[in-house]
Design a protein around this ligand. Structure first.
Ligand code: ATP
Ligand code: MG
Length: 669
């Protein structure tokens, strides 16, 4: 078996072999990025089957992201020395898909609420019924509730003191009631119900225990309390649990992931074997070095230092472009130059960023230049997101009062049902088309005074917008219709999603700054939408030769020849929400304020670490000087290396030169 692996190019080192050859009992492999944790997991699967005489059907591998689960399965299928029928009997799934399957076999037929938008819609509906629509943000409430549930705090366990907490608990209770009444379940229900099922149905539990004699978990650092308890039940008898993970890569604590589990594994499973891997096979030594240097500042971790096998004199490149639009130009010029002149492929490049909003400029230029790319988050364009689109629709209406599509896009912001409202408008419009759709709404039956006031205000506003510079027009819209919601609310302690809303609107302003007239801006955006639709209509192939765009969160466990980390600036990474995290409610709902603040910043640092360690051969870290219209410092995580790196000027100049000599961006500004 090992000879097979070697002829496939995988010479396992001693520590790796120890872990792979481990047959029975608990095992923790705790190791840094790129040290072969996933490789060990996959190899051990092969070893158990080929050399340990283990029935492949009794092996269960679980992880959190579906991309990682799919990749694991694929790597098992291509293991040398394993026939494909054996390999396909191995169960490799995400936690959620595994337990959903279990629920389905036990007759749970509920529909899945698979889109967070659908969940938010339900919460918004409940808020409106309770007259609280201006007091809470639906997304914040959902993540808070999810964090409670992943920490095994249900409605019965949830103790409330302040009036706000009482209110929140009522909202959660109504949400649960809605799901029950409409026969739906959300992702958290999958785990919560499975736990209840395994706690009450002994026969089911013992049949699972007999079936899955070998359980392995990748990315164990992402495990929250509830999934961990589920695992513990399944392995309670045989204790054949192997977990691999890296405490430095815990980046899902807002979903309830808890670093302690990995740090205290041997207390939970006395006698557990611990194997540490300390050799990174993925990245050039300079990249490994940067990773080490970056992460050692965190307090809550097991100290470890990765060695590298790929000595190299090249260093990561540090660039500081003016703003995200320049950043996208610069890096794309570099990438296209590499592809055209140096025989590299688009698929070698991954562009990583902290939040979806940070990809706006990059996305835009890729679309306009028709460079092939795969975007893993939204298939949705920035300008079509739910926060941004109504603002654009105000602008569109200001240009053409009879733009019905735009009207349809903003009608919900008046708390009027879209379909009913639009058919009312159309009816009114036939005899009196001059009036315009928004004005027709004034006679919509059953309007509350605040709605009438809001329609009037919008009519007035829309008349003035087209004469303003686009950025000022957006400021006006925000001032009148968004700030009230974002600022007025005292009850809402959790500010995370408020920040994201502000951030989206700031980004929209930054984008609009490039245009002088509302008309030009709207035309640009609409053209972008058309090109984007055409590109999206082409079938997306995972293996296509295309640049990959994804959040750092999505990139975990993956590796790429070249990585561009964009937005390495204060307020972006670390994200501004972490800088005043003591206000956050949904990070660690059970921790103190100081703990939250420190933990949030450590988590941001781990994100930086994850991003850096995805790169094999080339790493470019870019820190725009202006982000969302504000001057920003280089990210504290990279400040030292930016300042110290002597080659910085040289390397930055080299990229800038490529940028200048390559074809200029075709954006008409
Ligand atoms: P991450 O922390 O990012 O999930 P990981 O620890 O799971 O990383 P792998 O993805 O398993 O690391 O391995 C990283 C790279 O190193 C892969 O390309 C893998 O093929 C290679 N690799 C692992 N072990 C060896 C080895 N002994 N010899 C050569 N290459 C190896
Ligand atoms: Mg891995």
């Amino acid at each position: 078996f090992f000879r097979g692996l070697e002829s496939a190019g995988l010479h396992l080192n001693r520590a790796q072999l120890q872990a792979v050859r481990h047959l029975n009992g608990p095992l923790l492999t705790l190791a840094g990025a790129g040290s072969g944790k996933t490789s060990v997991l996959v190899s051990r699967t092969g070893y158990l089957i080929a050399c340990g005489n283990v029935d492949p059907a009794s092996i269960l591998l679980v992880t959190f992201s579906s991309k990682a689960a799919a990749e694991m399965k694929e790597r098992i299928l291509s293991l040398p020395g394993l026939n494909s029928s054996d390999a396909s009997k191995v169960t490799a799934r995400t936690f959620h898909s595994f337990f959903l399957y279990l629920l389905r076999t036990r007759g749970y037929r509920q529909k899945i609420l698979s889109s967070s938008r659908h969940q938010q819609f339900i919460i918004k509906m409940i808020l409106r019924e309770m007259g609280l629509q201006d007091s809470y943000d639906a997304e914040t409430l959902l993540s808070l509730w999810s964090a409670y549930r992943m920490n095994m705090v249900g409605l019965d366990e949830l103790t409330v003191k302040t009036p706000a907490e009482v209110e929140q608990k009522q909202i959660f209770a109504r949400y649960e009631a809605w799901k029950q009444e409409h026969e739906h379940m959300d992702f958290d229900d999958i785990l919560v119900w499975s736990y209840q099922l395994l706690s009450t149905d002994d026969r089911l539990l013992s049949s699972l225990q007999r079936r899955f004699r070998y359980v392995m978990v990748d990315e164990f650092q992402d495990t929250g309390l509830l999934p961990y308890e589920l695992l513990k039940r399944i392995v309670a008898q045989h204790r054949n649990l192997m977990v691999v993970g890296d405490d430095d890569q815990t980046i899902y604590s807002f979903n309830g992931a808890r670093n302690e589990f990995i740090l205290e594994f041997d207390q939970t499973f006395p006698g557990a074997r611990i194997v540490t891997l300390d050799t990174n096979y993925r990245s050039l030594s300079s990249i490994v070095g940067l990773g080490n240097e970056l992460i050692r500042f965190n307090q809550k971790r097991r100290p470890k230092q990765l060695r590298s096998t790929r000595k190299s004199s090249s260093v990561p490149l540090y660039v500081r472009p003016e703003d995200p639009d320049r950043e996208a130009e610069l890096l794309l010029a570099h990438i296209t130059d590499q592809v055209k002149e140096h025989g590299r492929s688009f698929r070698d490049f991954a562009v990583l960023y902290r939040t979806g909003n940070d990809s706006r400029a990059f996305f835009e230029q890729l679309v306009m230049r028709e460079i092939p790319f795969i975007h893993y988050e939204h298939t949705e364009l920035f300008y079509e997101q739910w926060i941004v689109k109504p603002v654009m629709d105000h602008l569109r209406l200001s240009l053409h009062r009879r733009n019905f599509t735009a009207m349809e896009g903003l009608i919900h912001t008046l708390y009027i049902n879209r379909d009913a409202g639009m058919s009312f408008i159309r009816e009114k419009d036939a005899p009196r088309p001059k009036k315009g759709p928004l004005a027709h709404l004034l006679s919509y039956p059953g309007l509350k005074p605040y709605q009438i006031e809001s329609i009037r205000a919008r009519l007035k506003l829309i008349r003035t917008l087209h004469a303003l510079a686009p950025v000022d027009a957006i400021k006006e819209i925000r001032l009148r219709f968004y700030n009230k919601f974002l600022e007025a609310d005292e009850r809402q302690e959790a500010t995370l999603h408020k920040e994201f809303i502000q951030e989206s609107l700031d980004e929209l302003e930054a984008s609009a700054k490039r245009f002088e007239r509302v008309e030009d801006f709207v035309e640009f955006v609409d053209r972008l939408i058309v090109v984007h639709r055409e590109m999206a209509a082409m079938k997306r192939d995972e293996d296509a030769d295309a640049i990959k765009l994804m959040t750092i969160h999505k990139s975990k466990g993956l590796e790429f020849p070249s990585v561009c980390l964009i937005g390495a600036s204060e307020g972006i990474l670390p994200h501004s929400s972490a800088l005043h995290a003591e206000k956050l409610d949904d990070h660690h709902p059970l921790a103190s304020k100081e703990e939250k603040a420190a933990a949030a910043l450590e988590e941001e640092r781990r994100l930086a670490y994850v991003a850096v360690t995805r790169a094999k051969d080339e790493l470019i870290i870019s820190s725009p000087a202006y982000c969302r219209g504000r001057k920003t410092e280089v990210s504290r995580f990279f400040r030292d290396v930016f300042a110290r790196d002597e080659q910085r000027e040289e390397s930055a100049a080299a990229i800038r030169q490529t940028a200048a000599s390559s074809s200029k961006a075709t954006l008409s500004t």
